[in-house]
Ligand binder design. Structure first.
Ligand SMILES: [Zn+2]
Length: 166
């Protein structure tokens, strides 16, 4: 894995996104999400000041904290309702793992709902273009059952998200 050689930020359907410069096997780590660990208050501050892009780009890191990838490639990780990666948390932090084979030129996406706990009131309109686009991205407990089961099976719902109560 070499983020600079393997991935690029390019224009995509909705703004800029991460494009694969090579193929990835299912199960491969596509990239680590680097950035600054910040409190929920900091993220709410982005929203209050109208910086919705920066707020949307933050990854929930645990019950109380977020990872702000500003200035790193992770800031361009877009949502898709039928994504090709999932977010996995390990001892070193968050990483994007391929949940199906990824071809050169594909946009790297993940499902934001897998990082939205039961207490998350945040929603986002979606225009990902998939036939099963959910139109609005909501917290994990609102995912259709078949999708939720699939993400469970793939291991792409972090444990801390599952333990958050609404
Ligand atoms: Zn969608």
């Amino acid at each position: 894995m070499n983020t600079r050689r393997d991935l690029a930020v390019r224009p995509v359907r909705n703004g800029k996104g991460i494009i694969a410069l090579r193929s990835f096997r299912r199960g491969a780590t596509v990239c680590r999400i680097r950035g600054r660990i910040v409190s929920a208050d900091i993220v709410w501050g982005y929203w209050r000041r109208g910086n919705t892009r920066r707020g949307e780009n933050c990854f929930r890191f645990d019950a109380d904290r977020y990872l702000d990838p500003e200035g790193e490639i992770g800031a361009y990780a877009n949502h898709a309702c039928n994504p090709n990666t999932g977010i996995v948390k390990d001892a070193r932090g968050l990483k994007m793992v391929a949940i199906r084979p990824i071809s050169t030129g594909e946009e790297i996406t993940h499902d934001y709902s897998t990082l939205l706990g039961a207490d998350d009131v945040w929603t986002m309109r979606c225009n990902c273009g998939d036939a099963r686009c959910r139109r609005v991205v909501r917290k994990i407990s609102k995912l259709p059952d078949d999708i939720l089961r699939r993400y469970h099976r793939l291991g792409v719902i972090p444990e801390f998200i599952l333990s958050i109560r609404g």
